[in-house]
Design a protein around this ligand. Structure first.
Ligand code: SF4
Length: 282
């Protein structure tokens, strides 16, 4: 079965089983099938990004996760995939990753380290060909100062996994405007440092255009963004740069605009001339 057909079949399988935590997505950044793990089915996050696609997003605590239920969903998902894949291909060929993402920030869940350990155990029982190539943590990075999160990321590193760390701003005001985060950019960069020290880390950046008082403003502002990231040039794997492809569920004023492809390309080019590896997604 081709990957796209496999994805559609997996989606149908997932919906008939009404999984609570595991969801298949076709990921433009992973470039194929991604098995998502959602630790926030209550749609609670500690940030409130302007472009967030989570309907009903709110601030609030992480819910208690039924870890054995989640383990069963993952087991069923991987088992079903193994059965569907043509014998000439492997699960590793067909599924790009298992990604902690979902409807809130995964690392705010106090159960995140235990759930990662459960996943590691599950994957270690399978051959390298019979599991996805990567485990990824897609994170806003806001909890990376905590020792228990850093410790969990060491396990992620041991699994050959990677962190995708959100940096959407070139200054504190943009952190507030885009992420609704009252975190100074300099502190956010300390969290990026902590991530780089324990696990392979990519920066992920949404280039956002919005209308403010009749004027189109595109963020992150390049000078501040570069100043913040240049010290990390040797430490990060690169930058995943993307525009807003799907409608925001938070943009009540309708101020978001699609960032023109030419602007994204210019942004990427400037970063490349500064020596960063950049992957661009429209
Ligand atoms: S960090 Fe992610 S889930 Fe949270 S508000 Fe931002 S985009 Fe949405």
């Amino acid at each position: 079965m081709e990957s796209l057909a496999l994805f559609e079949a997996l989606k149908a399988f997932a919906s008939t089983h009404a999984w609570r935590y595991v969801y298949p997505v076709w990921s433009r950044r992973a470039q194929g099938i991604s098995i998502g793990i959602n630790l926030h089915p209550n749609h609670c996050c500690n940030w409130h990004c302007l472009y967030c696609q989570v309907a009903g997003l709110q601030r609030g605590p992480s819910p208690v996760i039924d870890v054995s239920g989640l383990q069963q969903e993952l087991t069923d998902c991987l088992h079903w995939l193994s059965q569907q894949i043509h014998p000439t291909r492997t699960l590793r060929d067909c599924v790009q990753d298992i990604a902690f993402a979902g409807d809130g920030e995964p690392t705010t869940s106090p159960q995140f380290p235990d759930i990662l350990a459960m996943l590691a155990n599950l994957l270690q029982q399978r051959s390298a060909d019979d599991r996805p190539a990567y485990v990824r943590l897609i994170t806003n990075g806001s909890q990376l100062q905590h020792a228990h999160v850093q410790h969990a990321l060491k396990l992620l590193h041991a699994l050959g996994g990677e962190v995708w760390f959100k940096v959407d701003a070139g200054n504190d005001a943009e952190m507030r405007a885009i992420n609704d985060a009252r975190l100074p950019l300099s502190l956010h960069m300390q969290r990026l440092q902590a991530s780089c020290m324990v696990c392979n880390t990519w920066v992920q950046t949404a280039v956002v255009s919005r209308k403010v008082n009749g004027e189109i403003i595109t963020t992150p502002s390049l000078t501040g963004y570069l100043q913040a990231l240049l010290p990390f040039k040797q430490q990060i794997k690169g930058i995943l740069l993307y525009g807003i492809a799907r409608p925001s569920q938070q943009d009540n004023l309708g101020c978001l605009q699609a960032t023109p492809a030419v602007v994204l390309e210019q942004f990427a080019e400037i970063l490349r001339t500064q020596g960063f590896c950049v992957r661009l997604f429209f």
